[in-house]
Ligand binder design. Structure first.
Ligand code: GLY
Length: 416
């Protein structure tokens, strides 16, 4: 099989690595890819250039396209490739609305009794400001509808902060809603679906804030680990039946079958588990810890989703623990410089996997080219062992301004 993976982050490097490593693929191309991927297998095509992607698939005789990020899914890449008779893994544009429109996701959850926070929706700034002026209880959650690259959510602690967020982020015609703030611990529970059946994955937890102790601004994710013990067997079963399967069934009832990865970002407060958000693709950096723990061939799983035969496949997970720590550029998630020479990658031991994200390979060297640069990943028979492996290796990789969190996995490690 020849695969084309769409995207350029750590998630896409992980997918490509696994397809090759487990024998799913004879050849894997990545468009546009990154500095960790064999340059002969990087296709310099932007993720939004659907005709260019289709031409490449025909030229290289690609058997299956695997789409990493949400934007091309929401923009209809799966529908476009279907029109070109190119098999592709992921949801159609209509199904991807579960991530593309938070209000659509809310309407599905409300209609099919999937537990989530209560919300009130508004069209535009003015009615929202009127509502916030009357609000007595803070924090509240304010969410903009539509993809916003992680910038569409505010959790103001006071009325002043709420008004400030609205002035900076909400436009006169924005569709927006206010949600109850729910205390608890977050977890990422992903499954793969073929429109009818689901196969849940081992639960993960990511670390969205930039600084240790979960402080500072949100990022794309500074590290992750799996399995996440907050999601014990009973809770995982609840998420499987009451959240993931109900949503897949609801989408089918709406005439919008969902094929691909459904990612439920949930909040756990004792037995109270609710959906904070849905994503329609692998999480990044969750993929970097979930995929290495899978047994079997990733390609078989992806194909079973496309062909509607997930009920015929056996999927299991290793009993190991995985952790990934992101090394970012200094200044990220704010302004940062690119083009810094990365040293030390060659000295990394074979029990460490380094998934690249914002890197470029040029003249025999790796350089930084993004905010999240590398994902240093290890497995261990305990989370502590995996953590010690990663942190024992990470300082060998250096570049000017390199930064990483020192406490990835802290909640689970405190429990053990
Ligand atoms: N790690 C969060 C996300 O992938 O959206």
């Amino acid at each position: 099989m020849r695969y084309l993976v769409i995207g350029s982050g750590g998630r896409e490097h992980t997918i490509a690595w696994r397809l090759l490593q487990d024998g799913s693929a004879r050849e894997v191309y990545v468009a546009p890819g990154n500095g960790g991927i064999d340059p002969d297998h990087c296709a310099d095509i932007p993720v939004g250039d659907f005709p260019g992607i289709a031409r490449f698939c025909k030229d290289k005789k690609i058997d299956m396209v695997v789409v990493g990020p949400e934007a091309p899914l929401v923009d209809g890449i799966i529908d476009y490739l279907a029109g070109q008779k190119i098999p592709a893994f992921g949801p159609t544009a209509k199904a991807a609305m579960l991530e593309g429109s938070k209000l659509f996701a809310k309407s599905i959850m409300d209609k099919y009794h999937v537990p989530t926070a209560r919300h009130l929706s508004f069209n535009g700034k003015k009615p929202l400001i009127e509502h916030v002026r009357k609000e007595k209880k803070f924090p509240v959650v304010i969410k903009l509808d539509g993809l916003a690259a992680g910038k569409g959510v505010g959790i103001p602690e006071s009325q002043d902060e709420a008004l400030e967020f609205i002035q900076s982020a909400v436009k006169e015609d924005s569709r927006v809603f206010v949600e109850d703030f729910i205390e608890g611990e977050e977890a990422s529970v992903l499954c793969i679906s073929d429109g009818t059946h689901i196969v849940p994955f081992v639960a993960a937890q990511d670390h969205k804030r930039i600084f240790d102790g979960d402080r500072g601004p949100n990022t794309g994710g500074m590290g992750a680990y799996a399995p996440a013990p907050v999601m014990n067997a009973a809770r995982l079963d609840f998420v499987r039946t009451e959240i993931l399967q109900k949503t897949i069934d609801g989408m089918m009832s709406e005439g919008i079958p969902f094929k691909g990865i459904l990612y439920a970002g949930v909040i756990v407060n004792g037995d109270d588990i609710r959906v904070l958000e849905f994503n329609v693709r692998f999480g990044d950096p969750e993929a970097q810890v979930i995929i290495p723990l899978m047994n079997g061939r990733l390609g078989d799983l992806l194909q079973s989703s496309v062909t509607g035969s997930l009920d015929k496949i056996n999927v299991s997970f290793s009993t190991m623990h995985a952790i990934t720590v992101v090394i970012s550029s200094g200044g990220y998630p704010g302004n940062y410089e690119k083009g810094k020479l990365i040293s030390g990658l060659d000295s990394i031991e074979s029990d460490i996997i380094v998934f690249h994200a914002g890197t470029k390979f040029s003249d025999g060297n790796h350089y930084t080219s993004g905010g999240r640069v590398l994902n240093v990943t290890a497995l261990g028979s305990t989370l502590g062992e995996a953590r010690d492996r990663v942190y024992g290796a990470i300082d060998a990789i250096t570049f000017d301004g390199a930064y990483y969190r020192k406490d990835i996995g802290h909640r689970a490690l405190a429990r053990s």
